[in-house]
Design a protein around this ligand. Structure first.
Ligand code: UD1
Length: 423
């Protein structure tokens, strides 16, 4: 186990290069097994979630070759089955994409029940509904999910809730189904479009990704391709908020500003100066930010993944603000840790009311999940003194070289061994 030791109170200054989008990468890696040929994936973030998925691919007999420069080649021809056991698959959410991809490739798959951040009940009923509509039988036994279909047949599927995971998983199976599949009330997040572009580069026929109706005409065969993953808008948003919280000035490079509109608009409302220029965004905050009210929504609304980092900024902003979490019911676990640092936050159901304090105080805190960890890093950076953040494995699942990137911006942050936890 590791911990972060942060000596905060320094303004972040300089440039940071954003990595490939975690949430796209963790779908594209499992999707690569659909190819009958070699797939080359560029801009792959070097995070523990992608490293785990590459290990799962190797365990299934896919040939994985790192090509350097965040590029990997995957040749899945030798694979005979799609099976991921508990020891590897239950550490992350995205292992469930092997169900859709395995159905597409082999008409069957068996994967341990997915893990991931504990931010609510996170059911997978919409994934199952989609697989069943395509003709698969789904069984959950002894912590494993099995899907099997004699034949996959296109279907019209209306999602009861807008789900990123279900939309992608259904797409992965439907690209190889006979006939047309229509997903209604589909999620519209940028990574849905990225996964669709990847599948189309392999020869799939996916139309409408990025809207709430996705039409997929099944094909018999998918070939190899090359694909570069889009930049991570959640990582970019995290650095934007960190720049504002430390009253610094940071140039965020390699972003798609359109994907960041809801965050940019909120930061401007809070008195942060934002300049967009091509694929770069400059963030500057010279004074204390004003508070704001934030409601998480599906894309293009404010992303739930940035709600937790944003609550650290609201905690030190002027006035009273609020966060309404509309997507995951359990996404306020970071609040108690922020309170340890002197934040004034009251949670009432799905709303957190945050009264800004002038500054937080350093403390010893624990990251309960990935974005909670990012929130604690931002809180620690904003205040003078030494904060120790434990259980940072959650953070390392999703942020590529975060300590190195922050050090380059002038932060004093060190990744150290948590010797107590290792005893
Ligand atoms: C993905 C992202 C996660 C992000 C979330 C919402 C990945 C790996 N993770 O998670 O970072 O916070 O989108 O943008 O891409 N739901 C159901 N039944 C289902 C599926 C979902 O009721 O079968 C509910 C969930 O409990 C939640 C809502 O739908 O309330 C949205 O979940 P979903 O979009 O599926 O999130 P994930 O794909 O798990």
């Amino acid at each position: 186990m590791n911990k972060f030791i942060i000596q905060g109170g320094k303004k972040l200054k300089g440039e940071v290069e954003i990595s490939g989008f975690k949430n796209a990468a963790v779908a594209i890696l499992p999707a690569s097994i659909l190819a009958e040929g070699k797939v080359v994936i560029e801009n792959l973030p070097n995070i523990s979630d992608t490293r785990t998925l590459l290990k799962i691919l190797e365990s299934m007999n896919a040939t994985v070759i790192p090509l350097g420069n965040n590029t990997v080649s995957i040749e899945p021809a030798k694979m005979k089955e799609c099976k991921a056991e508990h020891d590897m698959a239950s550490g992350l959410r995205a292992s469930y994409y092997f169900l859709g991809a395995g159905l597409g490739r082999f008409h069957k798959a068996k994967v341990a029940y997915p893990g991931g951040c504990h931010i609510g009940s996170r059911p997978i009923d919409q994934h199952i509904k989609g697989f069943e509509a395509l003709g698969a039988k789904v069984k959950i036994e002894q912590g494993m999910i099995s899907v099997q279909a004699r034949e996959l047949k296109g279907a019209k599927i209306y999602l009861d809730v807008v789900s990123v995971g279900a939309t992608i998983n259904i797409m992965l199976a439907a690209v190889k189904a006979k006939g047309q599949t229509i997903i209604e009330n589909a999620a519209k997040e940028p990574h849905i479009v990225d996964v669709a572009n990847f599948l189309n580069a392999m020869g799939a026929k996916v139309k409408g990704a990025g809207t709430d109706t996705i039409k997929i005409q099944g094909v018999k065969k998918l070939g190899g391709c090359e694909h570069a993953i889009i930049p991570d808008q959640i990582e970019a948003g995290t650095y934007m908020i960190a720049a504002a919280a430390t009253r610094g000035e940071v140039l965020i490079k390699n972003v798609i500003p359109k994907h960041l509109e809801s965050i940019t608009a909120k930061l401007i409302e809070m008195d942060v100066t934002i300049d967009e220029n091509g694929d770069e965004i400059r963030v500057k905050a010279s004074k204390r930010t004003k508070s704001a009210d934030i409601k998480t929504l599906v894309y293009p609304g404010f992303p739930t993944d940035l709600q937790q980092p944003m609550s650290s900024l609201l905690a030190i902003s002027e006035g009273t603000g609020s966060i309404t979490e509309n997507i995951f019911e359990g996404r306020f676990k970071h609040v108690n840790e922020l309170k340890r640092m002197g934040a004034s936050i009251r949670v009432e159901g799905k709303v957190a009311i945050i009264e800004g304090v002038k500054k937080l105080s350093p403390a010893t805190v624990k990251a309960s999940d990935l974005r909670a960890g990012a929130a604690l890093i931002i809180a620690a950076l904003s205040t003078k003194g030494t904060t120790e953040i434990y259980e940072v494995e959650h953070i390392l699942r999703g942020y590529d070289r975060i300590e190195e990137k922050l050090q380059n911006l002038g932060a004093k942050i060190e990744l150290a061994e948590d010797k107590e936890a290792d005893k």
